[in-house]
Structures are given as C-alpha cells and as structure tokens.
Design a protein around this ligand. Structure first.
Ligand SMILES: Nc1nc2c(ncn2[C@@H]2O[C@H](COP(=O)(O)OP(=O)(O)OP(=O)(O)O)[C@@H](O)[C@H]2O)c(=O)[nH]1
Ligand SMILES: [Zn+2]
Length: 381
C-alpha cells in the first residue's frame, strides 16, 4: 500500500488571527492608493511614509503638515549607486530634499526610465539610514507592495501612537511587522482548497491552493500522480512569470521550464510543481516590464533590477518549504539550474538529495538572459 500525501484543508473559521500580518496587508493597499502610513519605530519614534512612486503634491503637502517639517526621500543604496551619487554601506539612504521635494525630481531620482538630467540631483545631500529603522521599514513596505522601492518619509516623536493614528485616520503598524512579514506569512500558509485538474501532459493532476492567514497572495502545489512521501519526491519550484508562463514570451525560459517540468514529472510517474507567487524574481510584473525596457538599452537582467533599486533577486523560498512540510514531503529531487534554490531550500530544512538539470534550448530573444544567469548568477547551463 503506497504512502499518500497528506492534504488537510484548513477550516477557515479556525485560522489563526494574526494582527501583525493584517496590519501589513492594510498598509500595502494604503501605500498603493497613495495614502500615508504610520510606522511605529523605537521608543516614541513614528515614521510617516508615502510611496514615492506616484506621490502627488497633495499627498506630500499632507505629509508635511502632519509631520510639521520637510520629509526626506528614502532610496535604496542600490539605486543611489547606479546613479553614481555616492557610496554607502547601509541598505538605504536618505535624500535630504528640503524644498526640492517636487514630483518631477522624485520621479527622476527613483525611476531610471524617467527623463531628467543627473545635474538636477548633484546638490542634494545623502545620509545613511539605519538598518532596523522605520525609514528602512518603509522601503520594505514599498517592496512588498510591488512598487518602486522608494518612499517619502518623515520621522516624528509621539508617545501616543494608537491615539495619533486613530485621530489622523491612518493605518499604523510596527516596523517589526514589516521586517517579519514574509516569514510570518509563509509560516501561516494553510491549504484552503484543492481539486483534480487534468492537464494536457499530465491527466492525473491535483492542484492545492495555500493561503496565508491575512488573506494575502496564494501559492499553489500542482501534484502530479501519487507521489510517495516515504521516497524522495521529484519536484520543481517555479516562480510566477505571467509573460513566459501564460502568453509565451520569448524573453525568458519560464514557459519551456513550466511545461517541461510537468512533462518530466508525468514521465517519471509522480511529483510536485510548486508555483510561487513571486513574479519577476519577486519585484512584480509592473517592475519586470520596467526592467525589460532597461534591458533593451543593453543592461543585463540583474543590473536592471538594481537600477530600479531592487536586489538582483528578491525571492524567498520559505513558502515552498512550508508547502512541502504541509504535504508531508521532506526528501526531494529538485529540478533547477539555480544553485541558490538548492542552498536556500536546504537552509529551510528540506533534504535536497539531488539537483536534476532543467535546461531548454535558447532562442535569439532569451539568449542574453540565459547567459547572464549563468555568468553572473552562477546558474548551471
Ligand atoms: N526581474 C526580472 N525577472 C525576470 C526576468 N526574466 C524572468 N524573470 C523572472 O524570473 C523568475 C524565473 O523563475 P524560475 O524559472 O523559477 O527561476 P530561475 O532562477 O530561472 O531558476 P531555475 O529555472 O530553477 O533554474 C520568474 O519569476 C520570472 O518572472 C527579468 O529579466 N527580470
Ligand atoms: Zn519568465
């Protein structure tokens, strides 16, 4: 009698209530709608923050009046380095814009696709932002909301955080909620629905949806055949790629890898494809399109991310490890060319007993991308 995978659907009524996740979720939608969010920092520090992307004059004026001063533009060091505006050892820096806090200058500083002369920035002083500060958390929030990673922030003192956010009708959250969000969301994943979905190349397939407790974005396990968790399971961890997976973009190898993995698992007899909601190596589809436009000027895939202010790769694999854990799978044979996936999965206590090569022929459009992944990203060819 073969061992079966365990798929236990969670009763939504009994899902843990996780206030910190909920606060981040609310803050993300506020930020995306151009609203000010209040981040509680150390002691009586409160960082009032707006996403730099799309910040309007009216919102900046409200931030000024709420803080009683001049807010700063917070940028990632990656972005400032690519602008050639100085060298810093922290992850984020503060541009002290003073009266120069104009939407066109902000756009020029944060968006590499904006047409503005670098000379406009030369007299703006920059200073380092502490790693665990509210200002640093504001960048984390912008990244989680899949906007350009830059904020307009003002840090004030107020020892009645709850009273302040209530009086001003702002979403308030702790900086630790933001720093801990990705891990907490991954650890709260629960299977919420599943169904048989026969695929063209794998008729005996079941898809299981996993949802974090704040109702945030879902990840999926595509289970082909009847994997036996007592043996090593053949798996693929695939990060979402709307362009490659869905509409057949030739700029990457994702579509071939997705369908190729389904075919290989079906040929093998059984296995699991984990489909992770982290489009564009975790920067989101809108930013990936920006990165493509930059790549059309000759920049490679990793540098394009950095020009936008992101790390070269923003992905996390704890959700994948958690889904495997829920399915009772610990030993895996992982189909990938990316050594980082192997090492990160191992660090999440998944026993990767073998890396299975997963490469496909290139085409004229994705060749530079595949070459950059191998030469710069250390991927196996
Ligand atoms: N930012 C950015 N993301 C890209 C680009 N091209 C593809 N992607 C994304 O890269 C990710 C590729 O995911 P995977 O195929 O799982 O990962 P991989 O790192 O190539 O590793 P393996 O395929 O396992 O070898 C997807 O999220 C794509 O959307 C690009 O030029 N820029
Ligand atoms: Zn792709």
């Amino acid at each position: 009698m073969p061992h079966r995978l365990s798929i236990t659907l969670s009763d939504t009524d009994s899902t843990d209530y996780t206030p910190s996740l909920l606060a981040v979720d609310r803050a993300l939608s506020d930020l995306r709608r151009g609203q000010i969010v209040a981040i509680q920092g150390d002691g009586d520090e409160v960082t009032l923050t707006l996403a730099a992307e799309g910040a309007t004059k009216t919102a900046i004026e409200r931030l000024k009046s709420l803080s009683g001063g001049f807010p700063h533009l917070i940028l990632t060091t990656a972005r400032v380095h690519t602008l050639g505006l100085g060298s810093f050892s922290t992850k984020a820096v503060r541009a002290e814009m003073g009266k120069a806090m104009r939407p066109d200058l902000i756009e020029g500083l944060v968006n590499p696709l904006a047409r503005i002369s670098k000379n406009d920035f030369f007299d703006i002083p920059f200073s380092e932002v502490a790693l665990q500060s509210g200002e640093s958390a504001s960048i984390g929030l912008a990244k989680l909301s899949r906007l350009i990673p830059a904020s307009i922030s003002a840090t004030i003192k107020n020892d009645d955080f709850k009273g302040f956010v209530e009086a001003e009708n702002l979403t308030g959250l702790k900086k630790e909620d933001i720093f801990g969000y990705e891990e907490a969301a991954a650890r709260s994943l629960r299977a919420v629905s599943d169904a048989q979905v026969p695929l063209a190349d794998a008729p005996n397939t079941k898809i299981v949806a996993f949802r974090p407790s704040d109702g945030g974005i879902e990840h999926f396990a595509i289970i082909i055949g009847e994997p036996n968790p007592a043996d090593p399971v053949l798996i693929r961890i695939h990060s979402e790629c709307f362009t490659g997976d869905l509409v057949g973009s030739l700029r990457c190898d994702c579509g071939d890898q997705l369908r190729g993995a389904i075919r290989s698992i079906a040929d093998h007899g059984s296995g699991i494809l984990l489909y992770l909601a982290q489009e564009g190596r975790g920067i989101g589809l809108v930013n990936k399109l920006r990165a493509y436009k930059l790549q059309d000027t000759g920049v490679d895939t990793f540098d394009a991310n950095e020009q936008l202010g992101f790390d070269a790769d923003e992905r996390v694999y704890l959700p994948a490890a958690q889904m495997l854990d829920h399915l009772g799978v610990n030993q895996v044979r992982l189909m990938t060319n990316n050594p980082e996936k192997v090492s990160v999965l191992k660090s999440c206590d998944v026993d990767v007993i073998e890396r299975v090569e997963h490469a496909f022929p290139t085409n004229q459009h994705n060749e530079p991308y595949i070459v950059a992944k191998a030469t710069k990203g250390g991927h196996y060819l």
